[in-house]
Design a protein around this ligand. Structure first.
Ligand code: DGJ
Length: 748
């Protein structure tokens, strides 16, 4: 890994064994983009990659050079009023109402390691030699604006982390109206844009569309990263597959409103920008103040989409997630939500926990409904006082009872909301996001607390600190169940209302930081009506997230497949739920449900007391299996093999770092009749190693012939997975079939 500055050609080359990123200080002093992609040799200059072209209608930077137009020169951080006609990276308004900004190179520094982003989640290094950071200072003295662009290249990953710091040195105040984290001009448009889209209960479905001239974007204006779009986009070549070809992945380490877009110009330059959504974002800077954008992470892969995802997985799992749980296998839990909803008392919960303990489950999560006035979703949020009618000995007593039976204790909270009628709502009406005189709008019967107000965050910290103190808690599920619409803070000035939504997220991050610092042993799982805040920002504080409120195994194939584009298996909360499934009413076998959920932070969410003998036996075996293999399941290298978006079958596998062991999963949604032969090509194995492949069926029992083959044979000729029944299905398996295969290296 290296960051080289070629003085003569004024060129920066950031490179490691996989990626090169080349920037040039242009003759005009602007920062130009020359190349981003597969690693190439370093050279004293790359000036042949700097293109200018005289084109009609262009605005030219110099009087005597009709070819030098910033409309056509690829740049690193474009602004308004310099001749660039595209959507800029930075748009700011000076006190004289000018938006003209002309940023010129002032200086740069290269430092080992990676700087911390104050108050914001970001990737990090543990040793200085893991990464190097280039910071380039730009300024427009007339406007009084300074911009420092940060680029970190990691030694081990084809990844560049970027953010910007914007400062003001002028009179009065500067107003930022758009401050992107990343701006990258790529020289062609021969890409498909891959995005993760959906809605509640069908998050992160994979969609790809060819780029066309103009803007294509994903975004959130909901105050959270949202079910609907994820703060991610990828540009892949049309022939790129899961296993081969070029792709650029862009991921924003942020949990609030975002914009990620590809803007293609008439000459096929593709400008990718990513950052806080400019809608209702206005940030004031007085002289001497700076604004730090969230971090955006760019990953390059020439090993297909799996290559991109594996880089994100490793980077985010080990250098974004933090804390004692980062590298630990996750406890197998049972959550009472779908088992009881609000209808429980302590006896019922302890009965469930006792059953769970018998089956080998390790942690009991008490979900919504444990506090006063919370027998449905109309009350209680804001006061969070233990309902002693349900839990006579409080949280501490309940936790101790669980511990006495050998179960760990986990608890659900929703600390960002308040219900009307609660004491908090009566005593602090100004703590609700709303405009005085205008009725706040409810969502799930609740209002949003003003996390942009530090006093609210302080109060909540002390409340939860006192609530958790002395309670034997091992796990917290932090939920958030509505979008934010009334983005108005009673604590803000008229001219800082445009800061409220970003300050809200900074407040969420602050409370997470305070609580995780105070209770480092607690495993936090983030949640927002399922996966409405499944984003890298949350991962920094909570190493796992409830992936979706949809617990149906078939739906989960798509949700977990899409989620794995960016997020590691260890981060995906995945539970075996009851049938008929509560969201889609589908009936799938316990085996199918477990075989999907084991590729995640595994647990159960159903009434275990109703399993019956056979069900209990299956669950016991599933739990044993996960305990035995969870290091590999949660931390192995994950490979997607067959997409649920392409057909009836899904397949994926996880491989140990030494390639000695793998677990393959093959799912078929609908039974087919008399179909052709099938071979499933595996990935990630050592071609020269001989493996034994053991199929596992219901109860994790061996269910067919054990095959032996070298890694190359399994990867190129494939594993035979044909269904030989030819329409006279002799087994009792029909729809929703799943098979696991243990793949183990044989001694040489
Ligand atoms: C939404 C979550 O996604 C569910 O898992 C559950 O915790 C409910 N909220 C509780 O209200």
């Amino acid at each position: 890994m290296s960051i080289v500055f070629h003085e003569q050609s004024k060129t920066f080359h950031l490179y490691n064994q996989d990626i090169s990123y080349i920037i040039k200080i242009l003759p005009s002093g602007h920062l130009g983009q020359l190349y981003c992609g597969k690693a190439i040799h370093d050279r004293p200059d790359f000036d042949r990659l700097f293109e200018t072209c005289p084109r009609s209608m262009s605005v030219c930077y110099f009087e005597d050079d009709p070819a030098y137009s910033l409309e056509h020169i690829k740049q690193e951080y474009a602004t308004c009023g310099t001749g660039d006609m595209h959507l800029p990276a930075l748009d700011a308004c000076t006190p004289d109402s000018s938006r003209l900004l002309d940023l010129h190179y002032q200086g740069h520094a290269v430092t080992p390691g990676k700087p911390v982003l104050n108050g914001l989640p970001a990737t990090y290094t543990e040793q200085d030699d893991e990464a190097e950071t280039l910071s380039v200072r730009l300024a427009d003295p007339l406007a009084g604006v300074t911009v420092t662009l940060f680029y970190t290249i990691f030694a081990q990953y084809p990844a560049i982390a970027r953010h910007a710091e914007i400062g003001y040195t002028g009179q009065g105040t500067l107003r930022l109206d758009r401050a992107m984290s990343l701006c990258l001009d790529l020289p062609d448009m021969d890409y498909e844009m891959v995005e993760l889209t959906g809605a509640w209960a069908r998050e992160r479905h994979v969609v790809a569309r060819p780029l066309a001239q103009g803007v294509q974007a994903v975004y959130s204006l909901r105050g959270c990263s949202s079910h609907h779009f994820n703060p991610f986009l990828a540009l892949k070549r049309p022939d790129t597959t899961e296993l081969s070809g070029e792709v650029y992945g862009f991921s924003l380490v942020y949990s609030g409103n975002f914009l990620a877009q590809a803007d293609v110009d008439p000459y096929h330059v593709t400008r990718v920008t990513m950052g806080i959504h400019p809608q209702n974002f206005h940030w004031k800077l007085a002289a001497g103040e700076t604004f730090t954008t969230p971090e955006a992470v760019l990953v390059y892969s020439d090993r297909g989409l799996n290559g991109m995802s594996q880089t994100f997985h490793q980077l985010y799992r080990t250098r974004l997630a933090r804390g004692v749980w980062r590298d630990k296998v996750r406890p197998i839990l049972v959550n009472n939500w779908e088992a009881t909803y609000f209808d429980f008392d302590e006896d019922k919960l302890l009965g469930l926990a006792a059953e769970a303990k018998k089956l080998g489950i390790e942690l009991f999560v008490l979900d919504d409904g444990w506090f006063t006035n919370r027998n449905d979703d109309h009350g209680g949020l804001g006061d969070w006082e233990v309902n002693t009618a349900k839990l006579p000995d409080g949280l501490k007593g309940f936790g101790e009872k669980l511990n006495a039976m050998g179960m760990q204790f986990g608890l659900w909270i929703e600390p960002e909301m308040v219900n009307p009628g609660t004491r908090m709502w009566q005593e602090h009406p100004d703590w609700v996001l709303h405009q005085p005189g205008r009725r706040p709008q409810p969502g799930r019967n609740q209002y949003v607390l003003d996390y942009s107000n530090p006093a609210v965050v302080e109060h909540l910290y002390h409340h939860f600190e006192a609530l958790f103190d002395g309670v034997p808690l091992r796990y917290i599920k932090w939920d958030m169940n509505r979008s934010i619409s009334d983005a108005f803070s009673c604590a803000a000035n008229p001219d800082t209302q445009g800061e409220v939504l970003h300050r809200y997220i900074l407040g969420v991050y602050r409370l997470y930081q305070l609580l995780t610092d105070r209770f480092p042993q607690i495993l936090f799982e983030s949640c927002a009506s399922g996966g409405a805040r499944f984003d890298p920002g949350m991962l920094y504080y909570a190493p796992q997230c409830w992936t979706s409120d949809d617990t149906d195994a078939v739906e989960r194939l798509k949700i977990q497949y899409g989620t794995s584009f960016v997020y590691p298996v260890s981060s995906m909360g995945a539970h075996v739920a009851a049938v008929p499934n509560h969201q889609v009413k589908r009936v799938t076998s316990l085996t199918m449900r477990a075989n999907v959920a084991i590729f995640g932070a595994f647990g159960y969410e159903l009434d275990l007391t109703r399993l019956g003998d056979h069900g209990q036996e299956l669950v016991t075996r599933q739990v044993e299996f996960v305990k035995q293999h969870r290091q590999l399941l949660q931390f192995g290298t994950f490979w997607r093999l067959k997409s649920p978006f392409a057909g009836n079958e899904t397949a994926w596998m996880t491989v140990s770092p030494d390639r000695q062991h793998a677990i393959l999963a093959d799912y078929r949604v609908l039974q087919e009749v008399n179909v052709g032969y099938r071979r499933l090509k595996l990935a990630g194995l050592d071609p020269d190693t001989l493996y034994r492949v053991t199929p596992l069926g219901s109860g994790m029992a061996v269910c067919g012939p054990v095959q032996e083959a070298f890694g190359d044979e399994l990867m190129h000729a494939g594993l035979v997975t044909s269904d030989g029944s030819c329409g006279e299905n002799k087994s009792d398996e029909g729809d929703f079939l799943s098979r696991l295969y243990l793949v183990d290296a044989l001694p040489q």
